[in-house]
Design a binder for this molecule. Structure first.
Ligand code: AMP
Length: 255
């Protein structure tokens, strides 16, 4: 008999993807003051996929639980998740503390246990630190099968088939629940939350806890030495003919 799905969707609050990040004065990271923050786009795709699984498979999904580890303000993205279709949420409030992927994975493992989740759908990477580690580490800690870079997910009973995007083609995997899936860009196009649902989500309760409530001690192992902008590109020149182009390329020994 197929089991009901209890899906965990971890979502991270990051600088909005449409904003060009600026490096801070001390070259230790990006400037976060006065900048718009949103849900990490790959997490939005993970949430959308969970909602579609729920909508397309009557009675299959018991619950979609969204969780975020971050500052109190990460409540905003959890409210957005509720407005889009998540059933419940947890904020693990860590204030302004940086939390490396291994610590995020340790916290998520505890949330999986607490929520009795049997499927985790999360982003392939957070666009702020581009780590691309959390899903893999979580699968390792849970000892669950994982499928990364999903571009298609199909669930039949306890069996999950995932098509993965790989260089120059696709790779189709099948595993039994419980499992971890990380989402790629082409899996789906996330919906916008409707205004009535945004209003309703404002009234829904949000669970707020600390990492210590889950018995996780956040111990970072990495030290950021320097964050730098890429070198400025030099202006190009215009040429009037192909001959001139060839001669210029010869001058700079490009041909
Ligand atoms: P990363 O390994 O940091 O590139 O992140 C990959 C995915 O892990 C993200 O798309 C999220 O789904 C999840 N994740 C990473 N950090 C957090 C966080 N602080 N809170 C919730 N989910 C996170």
């Amino acid at each position: 008999m197929s089991q009901k799905l209890r899906i965990l969707v971890p979502i991270k609050r990051v600088i909005d993807f449409a904003i060009k990040p600026r490096i801070n004065k001390n070259n230790t990271g990006v400037e976060t003051k006065g900048v718009k923050f949103s849900m990490n786009p790959f997490c939005d795709i993970a949430l959308e996929e969970s909602i579609r699984i729920k909508e397309n498979n009557k009675d299959l999904v018991e619950k979609i639980h969204a969780a975020s580890i971050g500052p109190t303000k990460a409540q905003d993205i959890l409210r957005t998740a509720l407005a889009k279709g998540a059933d419940t949420t947890t904020l693990v409030d860590v204030g302004d503390q940086e939390v490396e992927p291994l610590n995020v994975a340790k916290i998520l493992k505890k949330i999986v246990e607490k929520e009795n989740s049997n499927l985790v759908i999360l982003g392939k990477q957070a666009i702020d630190d581009d780590s691309n580690q959390t899903g893999q580490m979580l699968a390792g800690l849970l000892n669950w099968p994982q499928a990364t870079y999903a571009s298609k997910v199909q669930i039949e009973g306890d069996s999950v088939t995932v098509v993965r995007e790989i260089d120059g083609g696709s790779d189709t995997l099948r595993a039994k629940l419980p499992m971890v899936i990380s989402t790629d860009l082409r899996l789906n196009e996330p919906r916008y939350a409707s205004l009535p649902n945004i209003m309703k989500a404002k009234k829904k309760p949000l669970e707020k806890i600390k990492a210590s409530d889950l018995d996780v001690k956040i111990e970072n192992r990495l030290e950021t030495l320097k964050v730098e902008e890429p070198p400025q590109r030099k202006a190009g020149i215009k040429v009037d003919s192909v001959d001139e182009l060839i001669s210029k390329l010869k001058d700079i020994k490009a041909i």
